[in-house]
Design a protein around this ligand. Structure first.
Ligand code: GTP
Length: 347
C-alpha cells in the first residue's frame, strides 16, 4: 500500500498492489510516485497541512531547489517568491474562492475549464534563474473518498520562450505599423496617415466641441532649388524643414509630409489665432535656419503656410480646402508667409 507521508490515516489514499506479468508485485502507489517524480512537467504536491509531499525532478531543475531540501517542509514559496506567501496550491488547499485567488494573482488567473475546483494562472517570476521565467501553472485539490480536500497538486510550465516569441511578434508588428505610417525621407507621418488622422480628428473635434486647426505648408521655389543644387540637396532641405516643424509643434500635434514638398500639421485643441501664431514662429525659424549643402555652400529657404480652423460638422475636405487657399494666397503675396483663412459660412 502506498501512503502519503505526513497525512493522517483518515486522509490517506490506499492504492492496491498490481500483479505484473513477470509475477512481481509492484506497488501502484510506488509507480504513481515514480510517475510524478519522472514526469517532465514540474509538479509539487502538498498534504492537508501544506507540507510538501512531492517535489519532482523537473521542478527541482526549474527552480534550482532540490527535492531533499523541500519535501516535508512548507517552504514551497521559496522557489517562486522573495518572501513567504501562499502558492496557488496553498490557496486551493484552503478552499480559496475566486476573490482570494484574485488577491494574489490579480488579472493573471482563471478557473480551469477541465477540473472542478482547479485554477490556472500565468505570471513572471523574477526570482527564478538569472533573468526570471514566465510560468503557466495550474493547481487542483486532491480529495478523499468522502470528497474532503486532503491535499493539492500544482503543475508548472516554463513558457518564457513562448512569451518572448509573442513579445518579439508584437514588437515587429508595432515596427511594421510605424513604418507603414512613416515617411521614409523625413521621419514624419506619411500622407496615408494624414488622411486617416484628418478624418478622426475632425470627428473628435465635432463630438467634444474642441477647436482643431490645420497648417498646410509648401516649400517655396523648390523646383528652382532642385534645378540649381540637385534633387539630393532638395531632399536635405525637406529633412531640415521637417526638423523645424517638429521643433515648433507640441506633443499633442501631429506632423505629416503629405506630398513631395508639402507638409501638414494637425493641431487639436488649437484655435485659428493660436495656430497662426505657431505657423508664424515656424515660418520665421525655417527662413532663418542656415542650410549647409554638401558643397559647403550655405543657403536659406522659405515656406508658405495656409491655416484653417475646423467648423463642427463640416467635411474634412472643406477644412483642408481653406488651408490650401491660404497657401495659394501666401504664394501670391510673395511667399515666406502665413495666411489664415477664416470660415465664411459657405460650406
Ligand atoms: N528634392 C525633392 N524635390 C521634390 C520632392 N517632391 C517634389 N519635389 C519637387 O518640388 C518641386 C515643386 O515645384 P512646384 O510645384 O513648381 O513649386 P515650387 O517650385 O516650389 O514653387 P512655389 O510652390 O510656387 O513656390 C518640383 O520640382 C518637384 O520635383 C522630393 O521628395 N525631393
Amino acid at each position: 500500500m502506498y501512503t502519503n507521508p505526513g497525512t493522517t490515516p483518515a486522509d490517506q489514499v490506499s492504492i492496491p498492489d498490481i500483479q505484473t506479468e513477470g509475477g512481481v508485485c509492484a506497488s501502484a502507489g510506488f509507480m504513481l510516485a515514480e510517475g510524478v517524480d519522472r514526469c517532465p512537467i514540474p509538479i509539487f504536491v502538498l498534504n492537508h497541512e501544506h507540507s510538501i509531499l512531492h517535489w519532482n525532478r523537473a521542478l527541482a531543475s526549474l527552480s534550482g531547489h532540490p527535492a531533499e531540501a523541500m519535501i516535508g517542509t512548507q517552504l514551497q514559496w521559496q522557489a517562486f517568491y522573495p518572501s513567504a506567501r501562499p502558492t496557488l496550491a496553498d490557496l486551493i488547499l484552503e478552499g480559496a474562492l475566486e476573490g482570494d485567488v484574485d488577491r494574489f494573482y490579480h488579472g493573471k488567473f482563471r478557473r480551469s475549464q477541465l477540473i472542478e475546483g482547479a485554477f490556472e494562472a500565468e505570471d513572471f517570476f523574477p526570482e527564478i534563474g538569472t533573468e526570471g521565467r514566465w510560468l503557466f501553472f495550474t493547481a487542483a485539490p486532491l480529495r478523499n473518498a468522502e470528497g474532503h480536500t486532503v491535499g493539492a497538486i500544482e503543475t508548472l510550465q516554463d513558457v518564457t520562450e513562448q512569451k518572448r516569441a509573442e513579445q518579439a511578434l508584437r514588437d515587429s508588428e508595432k515596427r511594421y505599423r510605424l513604418l507603414s505610417i512613416t515617411d521614409a525621407l523625413t521621419g514624419l507621418y506619411n500622407s496615408r496617415h494624414f488622411f486617416s488622422n484628418l478624418q478622426s480628428e475632425c470627428e473628435r473635434a465635432s463630438r467634444y466641441h474642441q477647436p482643431l486647426s490645420l497648417l498646410l505648408l509648401d516649400a517655396d521655389n523648390f523646383k528652382q532649388l532642385n534645378d540649381t543644387h540637385g534633387h539630393l540637396e532638395g531632399d536635405h532641405v525637406l529633412q531640415a524643414l521637417a526638423r523645424v516643424i517638429l521643433l515648433c509643434v507640441r506633443s499633442t500635434d501631429s506632423a505629416f509630409r503629405y506630398g513631395g514638398e508639402e507638409f501638414a500639421v494637425l493641431l487639436p485643441g488649437t484655435s485659428l489665432d493660436a495656430a497662426t501664431q505657431l505657423a508664424n514662429r515656424l515660418c520665421e525659424m525655417f527662413a532663418s535656419t542656415p542650410l549647409q549643402l554638401s558643397s559647403s555652400a550655405v543657403i536659406r529657404c522659405t515656406v508658405s503656410v495656409g491655416v484653417s480652423e475646423y467648423q463642427p460638422g463640416e467635411k474634412p475636405s472643406a477644412f483642408m480646402r481653406r488651408a490650401d487657399e491660404g497657401i495659394y494666397e501666401a504664394k501670391r503675396l510673395g511667399r515666406n508667409r502665413v495666411v489664415p483663412i477664416s470660415h465664411r459660412g459657405e460650406d
